[in-house]
Design a protein. Structure first.
Ligand SMILES: Nc1ncnc2c1ncn2[C@@H]1O[C@H](COP(=O)(O)OP(=O)(O)OP(=O)(O)O)[C@@H](O)[C@H]1O
Length: 254
C-alpha cells in the first residue's frame, strides 16, 4: 500500500536552536501511531511542520506521493491532512451542530453567507448528525459548546476533524485537561475513528498511548531515536534512558 504521508530529512532550526533534526517517517492507511518524547523534544514543532503552520529549514513532506512542502494549511487540509481543532478555537456560543456544520461547509465550499440556513441543509444535516451520533454527541447537537463539559468539547474537536474528511488525522494531546472519568470516552471515540485513516497522536499520557498505538515514534532533542511497537519501545534501553524509565519500571513491577 502506498504511503499517505512521508517526512523526508526534515529539519527546523529557530536561530541557532535545532529543534527538528533530520526526521524521517511514513504513515500509511490504517496506521495508529503515537509520537512521544520528553518535554521540549520538539513534538509540537514537528506537528506544526506537518500541518504547514511552520516551514522546514530543510527536507520535504509528501502526501500520497505528491510533494506538499510548499502548500498552505488549507491546501493540505483539502488533500486530507487534518489536525484536530483546539477547543479554544471552537465557536463557544454556537451550537455543537453549527460548529461541525461550518467545517462541512468549508469542505464543500458552501459560502458562510448561507450559514444561517446551512446547518439544516439536508446534505449538511445528514453529515453532522452521523458524525455526532458516532461520537455519542447527538443528544447535545443543539446545545451551545460553552454549556458542555470539557471532555465533550474535546470530542467536538474530533467531530470537526472528521467533518473535513481526513486521510491523515493529527491529534495533539486529545485527552489533556480532561477529567479522569471522562478520558475513557475520548479513547473510545479515538478507537472508533474510520479504520482506513492514518492517525498520529502526540500524547503524554502513557496509558492512553499504549491503549491506542500500534507503532510508537520516540523523539528526543529533535531526533527520532526509536520506532517500534509499544512493547518494543518499553523494552528499549535508549528510550527508557531518554524518557520512559519510571513508566517502564512501573509497568514491569505492576
Ligand atoms: N517559534 C519558536 N522559536 C524559538 N524556539 C522555539 C519555537 N518553537 C519551539 N521552540 C523551542 O523548540 C523546543 C521544542 O519545543 P516543542 O514545543 O516543539 O516541544 P514539545 O516536545 O512539544 O514539548 P512539550 O512536550 O513540552 O509540549 C523548545 O525548546 C522550544 O522552546
Amino acid at each position: 500500500m502506498s504511503d499517505l504521508l512521508e517526512a523526508r530529512n526534515v529539519s527546523r532550526a529557530f536561530g541557532g536552536l535545532h529543534v527538528t533534526r533530520d526526521v524521517n517517517f511514513k504513515l500509511a492507511a490504517g496506521d495508529r501511531v503515537a509520537l512521544i518524547g520528553p518535554n521540549g523534544a520538539g513534538k509540537t514543532t514537528l506537528v506544526n511542520l506537518i500541518t504547514g503552520d511552520i516551514a522546514p529549514s530543510e527536507g520535504q513532506f509528501f502526501m500520497e506521493g505528491d510533494e506538499i512542502t510548499g502548500l498552505s494549511i488549507p491546501e493540505r487540509v483539502r488533500r486530507g491532512l487534518v489536525r484536530t481543532f483546539q477547543t479554544t478555537r471552537l465557536f463557544a456560543n454556537l451550537t455543537v451542530a453549527d460548529n461541525v456544520a461550518l467545517a462541512i461547509m468549508q469542505r464543500k465550499r458552501i459560502s458562510r453567507r448561507l450559514f444561517s440556513s446551512a446547518t439544516e441543509l439536508p446534505e449538511v444535516r445528514a453529515e453532522w448528525s452521523e458524525i455526532l451520533g458516532n461520537l455519542g454527541l447527538d443528544a447535545h447537537a443543539y446545545r451551545k459548546v460553552v454549556e458542555l463539559a470539557y471532555g465533550q468539547q474535546r470530542l467536538i474537536e474530533l467531530a470537526i476533524g472528521l467533518a473535513l474528511h481526513p486521510k491523515v488525522l493529527l491529534l495533539d494531546e486529545p485527552a489533556a485537561g480532561v477529567p479522569h472519568d471522562e478520558a475513557p470516552r475520548i479513547l473510545a471515540a479515538i478507537n472508533r475513528l474510520p479504520a482506513d485513516i492514518a492517525v498520529l497522536m502526540i500524547e503524554h499520557d502513557m496509558d492512553l498511548v499504549f491503549k491506542f498505538a500500534r507503532r510508537v515514534l520516540v523523539l528526543a532533542a529533535g531526533r527520532l531515536i526509536f520506532e517500534g511497537s509499544p512493547d518494543e519501545v518499553t523494552a528499549n534501553q535508549d528510550v527508557r534512558r531518554a524518557y520512559l524509565g519510571s513508566y517502564a519500571d512501573a509497568r514491569r513491577t505492576a
